[in-house]
Design a protein around this ligand. Structure first.
Ligand SMILES: Nc1ncnc2c1ncn2[C@@H]1O[C@H](COP(=O)(O)OP(=O)(O)OP(=O)(O)O)[C@@H](O)[C@H]1O
Length: 456
């Protein structure tokens, strides 16, 4: 039988080393941090003891209730402290050294994260139920909220938009959302994938052709630019468009003029163009496979859609959305997703982004036996070395030049420092990025950029 009374814990060490442990464990049901021990009390431990309202002692015998203690967590590596505890602790008291304390801290933080993840799933469930599932773009992360804000702002203008992002992040969906939010919503929305066709075919698709322009052109045909007149044309995979056609597209964007293949007649159409690509256009321009002038034309308004692994807070919302979608599609009643399955989703990197999540859920919905999606139904290959934030270190070249070695070490130190500081400020601000940016003095956008850089 477990005791009903709280486990009495004394934490030994200086404020700086035991603070993360206390922060993680404080408030855990059934645990009481009863006292702090610091043999050379410094201002940080004095402040910490004051903040959490416990006595601070410099030796065990000064704590009047030392006989009531169950566990001493020794967060200090100081030999004198270790020896002092060994000599003065009550026999039945268990002492946890640094690694054990760290383990408890990591487990507690991880469980809290999972709980937050579950809460988000249930919040999404409530919210989507209330809205009747009619919203298209799902996402609550700050990054997605910023994107939705950009969508609203640009929708009201005729500006050409370039959507960048890995495959499956939602570029097509966002292009449609821009069209839907604009005054063109009742006009045509036409989409074409620039990868699929040769340059000649693509030209006749886009600009249309005149009867007899080539073998098989048996009658006049409008191109997609004419079809989309007054509406929106979405050019997907623009990075794959062949250079000859890029020049023609650029001319159209500059003049609004269309000339069907084989015709001399010039027509003017009014089309809002949105383009998307998952290619690195900078690289393509350097390789001269993408025209710089066309890029500048598109680059007036670019929306960079982050990979799903950079906005994992969106996963529970999207997961619920796709569960409801799968229910309707498969005509199968689903109870939802188990906590363990949600936790697996949070630890997976999603290289195929939202599309992969959607497919994984649909597959799991087919496989799950009692309507509840479990980890086995997801069949995700999770790299556990990353789950506690320990990315595998990048390979170091065999014999780097001294200057390179110095620079790379310096970069590494800077990166480690930055990462730790971001986490520290985020923890301090309880995960609120605006607050973290305020207390750190780092501008909000820079803070986000750095979080993105480190995959937070
Ligand atoms: N934020 C989101 N909310 C709801 N569904 C989403 C979201 N993002 C993507 N999806 C869904 O994920 C799938 C893939 O999205 P989409 O086709 O827009 O990606 P993409 O970036 O255009 O991919 P590709 O580069 O491969 O063309 C679609 O079914 C889309 O509806």
């Amino acid at each position: 039988m477990w005791k009903d009374t709280k486990i009495q814990v004394l934490v030994a060490g200086s404020g700086k080393t035991c603070a993360p442990f206390i922060k993680a464990v404080k408030g855990v049901h059934g645990v009481e941090i009863a006292c702090l021990l610091d043999m050379q009390a410094d201002p940080s431990s004095i402040k910490l003891a004051k903040d959490i309202g416990v006595p601070l002692v410099n030796e065990l015998s000064s704590y009047g209730d030392a006989y009531k203690l169950d566990i001493i967590v020794n967060a200090s590596r100081n030999g004198e402290v270790i020896e002092h505890i060994r000599q003065h602790k009550h026999d039945r008291v268990i002492v946890l050294e640094k690694a054990a304390a760290r383990l408890i801290r990591l487990l507690t933080v991880s469980l809290r994260k999972e709980a937050r993840f579950r809460d988000r799933y249930h919040a999404a469930k409530r919210e989507i139920e209330q809205r009747g599932g009619d919203t298209q773009i799902i996402g609550k992360s700050v990054l997605m909220c910023e994107i939705m804000d950009l969508v609203d702002r640009v929708a009201a203008t005729p500006t050409t938009v370039l959507l960048l992002g890995e495959t499956g992040v939602g570029k097509d969906l966002i292009a449609r959302a821009i069209h839907q939010a604009s005054h063109l919503r009742n006009r045509p929305y036409i989409s074409i994938n620039c990868t699929a066709l040769t340059s000649t075919l693509m030209e006749s698709e886009l600009f249309g052709y005149k009867k007899g322009a080539f073998t098989g052109a048996e009658s006049d045909r409008k191109g997609l630019l004419e079809e989309a007149d007054g509406g929106t044309l979405f050019l997907d995979e623009i990075g794959d468009m062949l250079p000859e056609l890029q020049a023609k597209l650029l001319r159209f964007l500059q003049t609004g003029e269309v000339r069907r293949v084989g015709s001399t007649e010039i027509m003017t159409v009014n089309v809002r163009v949105i383009a998307a690509t998952n290619r690195d256009l900078e690289y393509a321009m350097n390789n001269e496979t993408f025209r710089r002038d066309l890029f500048y034309r598109f680059n007036t308004f670019t929306i960079d859609i982050p990979a799903l692994r950079e906005r994992k807070v969106d996963i529970p919302y999207l997961a619920y959305h796709f569960v409801t979608k799968a229910e309707a599609k498969l005509n199968k009643k689903l109870r939802g997703i188990s906590d363990e399955a949600l936790e697996c989703m949070g630890r997976y990197d999603w290289p195929g982004n939202v599309r992969e999540l959607e497919n994984v859920i649909e597959r799991a919905a087919i496989l799950c036996s009692d309507g509840l999606i479990c980890p086995d139904d997801l069949a995700l290959r999770i790299d556990d070395s990353r789950s506690f934030g320990c990315p595998i270190s990048p390979a170091v070249p065999d014999e780097p030049e001294k200057a390179d070695l110095f620079q790379s070490k310096k970069d590494q130190v800077m990166e480690n420092f930055e990462k730790k500081e971001l986490v520290r400020f985020l923890e301090k601000a309880d995960g609120n990025v605006s607050e973290a940016s305020r207390i750190s003095g780092i501008p909000r956008r820079t803070f986000y950029r750095k979080m993105k850089k480190y995959g937070m």
